[in-house]
Ligand binder design. Structure first.
Ligand code: PMP
Length: 352
């Protein structure tokens, strides 16, 4: 290794799901199968390129105001970023400065250990129980912070608000981040606990339930003190994270609650129907409260099904990792997409 290479900050990066150029049935990255609110299209149609001459509002005030109004919070309780990935990364950097390890589940969003490695944060991955649930007792040990996704990914399993509160009660000296990327599909948000816990940070995203993965908008909600620390770090890194168009897109989307609810209801309905279809085909799966299902088949290996589906231009997600290497994570698409998935699975499973 040449001299300078010794000093490179080396890290094994997160690998996102494939984004194929060809048109396929894409059930691999938990995107929303429906378009964003028509109000978003209106913003795009009315946007004047001349506006791009100027820097955007570093505070993204229009977007923050819309989120505050919808969530019943004050503006100083909200932080926005380029997807919740950006918000979470900034939160790791801001809040996890202890020498004690941060805690998160062993089976979870695979970006957490990447950020911990990148920022040199010590961490311990707490094994999920046999049934893939989080054991709350395991989070009653010394730590430098806690991150829990609720519902968890890729399992889709949701923990109760009481369980989340138990973690907060026993960890008053740590920042506890609840990553609620999939909360809108049927989990109680930890937002209700914000008035009681100054050390709670709730992170949500426009990528899933609001159909805006392509715009990259995420946000954190917490006590004014937490948000102020987050802003200090953000302004020490990049003042203008949200561009002019994105701020307006996010605002328009957040203001269209009826449309948002309608699309979420459709996805939840399709998810529950999809569970019946998977059962009929001999799959077992975890009780997902997200916009995906984590499923396994007794007669055919997940890796084989994954490859066979890909052959048919149907993309799902497969993780070749201990304990979950016989599962497929299937994003809930439109009813039509799911019907095509099940027809393909029926054909593939005939070879089982
Ligand atoms: N948290 C979890 C648990 C996720 O699955 C994802 C999606 N990959 C994210 C956060 C990040 O989503 P985004 O950056 O699109 O908001």
């Amino acid at each position: 290794m040449s001299g300078w290479e010794t000093y490179v900050r080396k890290v094994e990066p997160y690998v996102p799901g494939e984004q194929p150029k060809r048109k396929v049935i894409k059930l691999n990255t938990n995107e929303n199968p429906y378009p964003p609110s028509p109000r978003v299209q209106k913003v795009l149609d009315g946007f004047d390129a001349e506006e791009l001459r100027l820097y955007p509002d570093p505070e993204a005030a229009d977007l923050i105001e819309a989120i505050a109004l919808e969530k019943g919070l004050s503006k100083d309780q909200i932080f926005v970023g380029v997807g919740s990935d950006d918000v979470l990364a900034m939160s790791f950097l801001t809040f996890f400065g202890s020498d004690k390890p941060i805690l998160f589940p062993d089976i979870t969003y695979s970006f957490y250990d990447v950020w911990a490695e990148l920022f040199r944060i010590p961490y311990v991955q707490i094994p999920l129980q046999k049934d893939f649930r989080i054991c709350i007792e395991d989070y009653k040990r010394e730590n430098g912070g806690i991150v829990i996704p609720n519902p968890n990914a890729p399992t889709g399993i949701a923990e109760s608000l009481d369980a989340i509160e138990e973690i907060l009660k026993t960890n008053p000296d740590s920042v506890v981040i609840i990553d609620e990327a999939y909360v809108d599909f049927g989990t109680k948000s930890a937002l209700a606990l914000l008035p009681k816990y100054e050390n709670l940070l709730v992170v949500q995203t426009f990528s899933k339930s609001r159909s805006l993965a392509g715009s990259r908008i995420g946000y954190a909600m917490g006590s004014p003190k937490l948000i102020s620390y987050l802003n200090d770090c953000k302004y020490s890194f990049n003042s203008y994270t949200m561009d002019r168009l994105t701020i307006q897109i996010g605002k328009a989307s957040m203001e269209d609650t009826p449309y948002f609810k309608e699309q979420v209801d459709r996805i939840v309905e399709t998810r529950e129907w999809a569970k019946e279809q998977l059962r009929r085909l001999g799959f077992t799966f975890l009780d997902s409260k997200a916009n995906f299902i984590f499923a396994s088949h007794a007669k055919m290996a997940a890796a084989v099904i994954f490859a066979a589906l890909k052959e048919k231009d149907i993309y799902v997600r497969y993780f070749n990792k201990p304990r979950i290497d016989n599962f497929l994570r299937i994003t809930i698409g439109t009813k039509e997409e799911m019907e095509r998935l099940f027809a393909a699975l029926e054909e593939i499973l005939q070879q089982a």
